[in-house]
Design a binder for this molecule. Structure first.
Ligand SMILES: [Zn+2]
Ligand SMILES: [Zn+2]
Length: 412
C-alpha cells in the first residue's frame, strides 16, 4: 500500500518539482511504483528533467526497472522526451540500451520512430564506462592489464564522442596527447571493441569505433613523425586544407574512405550499404563521406549540418563568421583552424549572404503586399455585401411603402 508521501513523491516527479522531490527522498522507497505502474525515475525521465533524474539515481533509483503494463524503461521514457542529457545520464548510470518493451522495441528504435534522432545517436554511440574499465584489470593468465588505469577515463570520453568528423577526434587527441605514447594500449582497446560490438550485432558501434581507430592511427603516425610535418598540428592543417576550386576538404574524404577500406567485417550489412553509397558517389561531389557515414551511423537527421561547426562538425553552434555570416564555428579556435580554407571564399559568401538577405527582404515585402491586397479585397467584398444588403433593405422599404400606399388606396 502506498503511503501519502509516496503518492506525493510520484506527483512531484511528474511535475518536475525538484525541491519537493528532494525533501521526500528520506521517507519514501525511491523505486516505489504508483497506480500507473511507474517509478519516479520514469516520470522524471519522461519529463526530461535531468536534475531530478540525477538526484533519483544518486539516491538508489534503479535505471533498469520497467513499467508494469508495457515494460517501458526509464531510458525509453528519456528518449521519448528528447532530452539527450537525460539519456546520457541514464546510460552512464548503467541503463541497458538493449532492453525491449512488450512490443519488442528498444529505446533507440522507439526514439527513431518518433524522430528523437539526437537521443538515438547518443544511445547508439554509447560505450559503458565499465566496458573500458575492464581493460584496466588483469583477466585469466594476463600478468599485466591491457590499459593503464589513468588512461581509462579519457579513452572512454573519446569513444563516446558522437561526432564522426575526424577533425573533432584529432582535436580531442591533441587535448589528450598522453594517449599517443600509449597508442598500443589504446589501439588494443579500440580494436577489441570493434570486434566485440560486431559480434554483439552492434554494427553501428563497430563501424564507428573502427573509424576512430583509423583516425587515431593517423594521429600517432603524424605525432611520431612517421607521416607529414609538425605532428598533430600539421595533421589538422592537412585535413582542413580546402580544394582551391571550392574549398572541399578532400583529405578528410580520403581519410574516411580509407578507413572503410580496412573495416575487417565485409559481411556486415551496414558496411555493404555504406560502401554502395560511397562507390556510387563521385569523389569530391556531394554527399561527402562524412554525410554518408553520419547518416548510416547516427541517422538521417544527424546529417543536417546546417547548425554545425564548419571546422569540427559539432552540433548546435551559433557563432557565425562575422564577415560572411554563412559559416558557423564552436569557438575562435575552430574558426582560426578553418580560416585558411574559408578565407578564399569568405568574400564570395558574403555577396551570396547579402543576395540572400535581399531576396528574403523582397519576398517578405511581396508577402506583406499580398497580405494587404487580400485584406483590401476582403474589405471591398464586405463593403459590397453591405451595399447589397442596404439596397435590399431600401427596396424592401420601398415595397412596403408601396404596399402602404396601395393599402391606403384600398381603404379609401
Ligand atoms: Zn568546432
Ligand atoms: Zn566568412
Amino acid at each position: 500500500m502506498a503511503t501519502e508521501e509516496e503518492r506525493k513523491f510520484l506527483q512531484f516527479a511528474k511535475t518536475g518539482d525538484f525541491d519537493e522531490l528532494k525533501n521526500l527522498l528520506s521517507v519514501v522507497d525511491v523505486n516505489h511504483k504508483g497506480e500507473e505502474g511507474m517509478t519516479a525515475l520514469m516520470y522524471a525521465a519522461y519529463k526530461g528533467s535531468v536534475n531530478s533524474v540525477e538526484l533519483l539515481l544518486h539516491n538508489g533509483a534503479d535505471p533498469n526497472i520497467d513499467s508494469t503494463k508495457d515494460k517501458y524503461t526509464p531510458l525509453m521514457f528519456a528518449t521519448l522526451s528528447g532530452s539527450t542529457d537525460t539519456v546520457r545520464t541514464l546510460l552512464q548510470a548503467g541503463a541497458k540500451p538493449d532492453a525491449v518493451n512488450t512490443i519488442k522495441r528498444t529505446a533507440a528504435q522507439l526514439g527513431a520512430f518518433v524522430g528523437r534522432h539526437d537521443c538515438v545517436s547518443v544511445i547508439n554511440n554509447f560505450v559503458q564506462t565499465d566496458q573500458i574499465k575492464y581493460y584496466t584489470k588483469t583477466h585469466g593468465f594476463e600478468k599485466t592489464a591491457k590499459l593503464d588505469d589513468k588512461l581509462a577515463e579519457n579513452v572512454h570520453k573519446m569513444v563516446v564522442i558522437p561526432n564522426l568528423n575526424p577533425v573533432k577526434l584529432v582535436l580531442y587527441i591533441q587535448d589528450h596527447i598522453e594517449l599517443i605514447p600509449a597508442s598500443k594500449e589504446v589501439l588494443y582497446v579500440l580494436e577489441t571493441e570493434v570486434e566485440k560490438s560486431f559480434k554483439d550485432v552492434n554494427e553501428v558501434l563497430s563501424i564507428k569505433l573502427h573509424i576512430f581507430s583509423h583516425v587515431f592511427k593517423k594521429c600517432v603516425a603524424w605525432e611520431t613523425g612517421k607521416e607529414g610535418k609538425q605532428g598533430i598540428k600539421g595533421l589538422l592543417k592537412f585535413l582542413l586544407k580546402g580544394r582551391p576550386a571550392d574549398g572541399f576538404l578532400l583529405n578528410i574524404e580520403f581519410l574516411l574512405r580509407d578507413s572503410m577500406r580496412s573495416f575487417p567485417y565485409a559481411q556486415s550489412n551496414l558496411f555493404k550499404q555504406i560502401i554502395k553509397s560511397l562507390s556510387s558517389t563521385e569523389l569530391g561531389k556531394p554527399p561527402s563521406a562524412i554525410t554518408i557515414l553520419t547518416q548510416s551511423i547516427n541517422g538521417m537527421q544527424s546529417a543536417d549540418f546546417s547548425e554545425c561547426c564548419t571546422c569540427c562538425g559539432d552540433r548546435h553552434c551559433f557563432n557565425k563568421c562575422s564577415a560572411c555570416k554563412m559559416v558557423r564555428y564552436c569557438n575562435a579556435a575552430c574558426q582560426k583552424l578553418h580560416w585558411s580554407s574559408h578565407k578564399p571564399f569568405c568574400a564570395d559568401l558574403k555577396v551570396k549572404y547579402e543576395e540572400l538577405q535581399r531576396i528574403q527582404k523582397l519576398e517578405k515585402e511581396q508577402e506583406e503586399k499580398a497580405k494587404l491586397e487580400k485584406e483590401r479585397l476582403e474589405m471591398e467584398k464586405e463593403k459590397s455585401q453591405i451595399e447589397e444588403l442596404e439596397t435590399e433593405k431600401e427596396n424592401e422599404t420601398k415595397n412596403f411603402e408601396q404596399l402602404e400606399i396601395n393599402g391606403d388606396g384600398n381603404e379609401s
